[in-house]
Design a protein around this ligand. Structure first.
Ligand code: GLN
Length: 487
């Protein structure tokens, strides 16, 4: 048998239920894998060995009584902006380097209710601002398919952890692509649920009208299983929706008969790599082979404004959300200061990195008197148009398919000096957050030996259809089985 850490959730669950393996063994296998690989990939910020093994022993007791749920005893790594009681939650920032939350995020409570085993916290771009994990205040994460390249971001640590079997699955967050883009770059499955589908109570806020928590997994079935656990209304998150949560595994069937899929032209952008385009075209032909009706001429004309809209709205919201880091209430505090103003300035000067400061400046500018109408209000209007175009497209199609990113993973350092180039790497994922609809990235092949992701976009609260398409594609291909050449 392979190493236990290579199992999926559903495989491990079956073995746990049959008592063929124990959660302690499974957890030890992932911890061992972290020890073997971490010096090369740097995916984790905190590893909670002892706590994890304690949780695993409790999960085993539960399984022995025949009470194992889908995630019971299965090791998970959590992006380090989701609050975990007693476990440091840094958000990839010096500002929160020593912050230990006194409470769990709702998603963590839900995982714990199933007796999941939390083995640690993953690296990320500071405050989730970035597309490469190079903006982490601590160290960059490396792509296991080529250690000189970025894993994507901002949930780069979570994507690498899943790709390298450091954990059976991981949680990430996605404001403009931060689950899907790294999932695509690392050849794993990543889902950004509909806005409001998963509670964000306990998620450190970046841009509140865009942020969502979601799973990164080794296959689509696992993704559905994690959604079954984390989705649903939460009275502590006023933006969480009251729609009932279906069983996301029931629609996972291996054909696409009767489904209409549109391919929006605008996503095959200028600057897209030729091999990525070809890989995507092959993947879309496969969808047709397994029964979908494909329309290559779908159109979402306002897509070209999405990047501009995002980089007004997200920094505006971030500038308001990040005002709370003043060195008084919690987090880093600059001690040597001559006055309250001086203390606040020094705290923010030393506590935040360059990209975070850039966003705060962009946001305060866009929100300031005189510019508010010209930038913020205008961007909100265009946001409505973008959303309306998605609504229209979904009258004709059950789902839309695009590349996850226009390129394969780029080299570490390649875009660090040029923020616009970095921002462009999310050009295919940002519009989805602007519209608030769900989208999943699945492994769709390789270009020059590097992973390519396919993004499947769905109607609001119709994660089931995109999971179905993703599942059928996965059954017809074996990209998800490929593992990076990391020993
Ligand atoms: N890369 C985008 C940004 O920097 C999206 C980040 C995210 O989804 N958290 O804002």
């Amino acid at each position: 048998m392979n190493e236990l850490c290579e199992l999926t959730i559903h495989e491990a669950h079956q073995l746990l239920q049959q008592r063929e393996i124990s959660s302690v063994e499974l957890t030890e296998s992932t911890l061992q894998r972290i020890a073997e690989t971490e010096d090369r990939v740097h995916a984790c910020l905190t590893i909670t060995n002892d706590l994890a093994l304690e949780q695993a022993a409790l999960a085993d007791a539960c399984a022995n009584e025949g009470q194992a749920e889908a995630l019971t005893g299965i090791p998970v790594l959590v992006k380090d902006l989701i609050c975990t009681t007693g476990i440091r939650t840094t958000c990839g920032s010096r500002m929160l380097e020593t912050f230990v939350p006194p409470y769990d995020a709702t998603v963590i409570e839900k995982l714990k209710a199933q007796k999941a085993v939390i083995i640690g916290k993953t690296n990320m771009d500071e405050f989730a601002m970035g597309s490469s994990t190079e903006h982490s205040a601590f160290f960059p994460t490396h792509n296991p398919w080529d250690l000189d390249r970025v894993p994507g971001g901002s949930s780069g640590g979570s994507a690498v952890a899943v790709a390298t079997d450091q954990a059976i699955y991981a949680l990430g967050s996605d404001t403009g692509g931060s689950i899907r883009q790294p999932a695509g770059f690392c050849s794993v499955v990543g889902l950004k649920p509909t806005y409001g589908r998963v509670s964000r109570f306990g998620l450190v806020a970046f841009a509140s009208s865009l942020d969502q928590i979601g799973p990164l997994t080794k296959d689509v079935t696992d993704c559905a299983l994690v959604m079954n656990c984390i989705a649903g209304h939460d009275a502590r998150d006023s933006t969480s929706a009251r729609y009932p949560v279906p069983d996301y595994t029931t629609q996972l069937v291996p054909d696409l008969k009767g489904l209409r899929i549109g391919i929006p032209q605008e996503y095959f952008v200028e600057g897209m790599q030729g091999e990525v385009r070809e890989t995507l075209e092959t993947a879309i032909n496969k969808l047709q082979e397994i029964g979908a009706a494909i329309d290559w001429k779908a159109s979402l004309p306002s897509t070209r404004y999405a990047l501009a809209v995002y980089y007004i709205l997200a920094p505006s919201e971030a500038s308001a959300n990040l005002a709370r880091y003043d060195g008084v209430k919690y987090g880093f505090s600059a001690v040597k200061a001559s006055s309250v103003i001086d203390a606040t300035e020094k705290t923010r000067q030393l506590g935040f990195g360059t990209e975070v400061k850039r966003r705060i400046m962009l946001g305060t500018y866009a929100l300031s008197a005189g510019y508010y109408d010209a930038y913020y209000v205008k961007a909100q209007k265009v946001r409505t148009l973008i959303r309306q175009e998605f609504d229209q497209a979904f009258q004709e199609f059950d789902a839309l398919v695009t590349p996850t990113s226009p390129t394969v993973p780029f080299r570490l350092g390649e875009k660090l000096e040029d923020p616009l180039q970095m921002y462009l790497s999310d050009v295919c994922t940002l519009p989805i957050n602007i519209a608030g609809v769900p989208a999943i990235s699945v492994p769709a092949g390789f270009a020059d030996g590097l992973p390519v992701g396919m993004q499947i976009i769905g109607k609001p609260f119709d994660e089931e259809t995109i999971l179905r398409i993703a599942f059928a594609y996965e059954q017809a291909t074996d990209w998800h089985k490929k593992r990076p050449p990391l020993q």
